[in-house]
Design a protein around this ligand. Sequence first.
Ligand code: ADP
Length: 154
Amino acid sequence: MNKKIAFFPGSFDPFTKGHQDIVLRALNLFDEIVIGIGHNSNKSRYFNLEKMQKSIEKTFIGKPVKVISYTDLTANMALQVGAQFILRGLRNTTDFEYENSISQVNRNISGSLETIFLITSPSLAPISSSIVRELYKFGTNIEDYIPYSLKDLE
Ligand code: ADP
């Protein structure tokens, strides 16, 4: 049987414990997860891309998780890595509104790509990359919100 592969796209700027939770839970559903750090050459990231990729790899060492970075359209990238599924997390209705249209578009691109949503674990729902970034910029310790060591990013 074909391996069930899910592509988990995001900016991951930075990757948080909320993202980690989605991946760990998805590992019970899929044979392999490919985490795709999407970046746009016109839009600069806050945290270094290569360091983020390595930190995520370290987080899932020994598990069937790959980490790539990409600039292509998400649906194209998902197909390219052999995924049949796109994985996304849902925290609230704002996420839902956005995800709803994106998943329809992705299905138009490829009818075989099914988007699977996992509802966030309540204790992790308030964590967002933008809040973690903001805390970091103002010198607050963010180690409670990330699953790897902050030293790996600096
Ligand atoms: P994007 O820029 O594509 O929204 P993010 O890196 O912010 O990328 O998020 C990637 C995915 O992870 C999205 O589906 C988002 O809803 C989900 N996500 C982000 N934070 C959490 C969290 N705390 N709990 C569950 N899912 C989350």
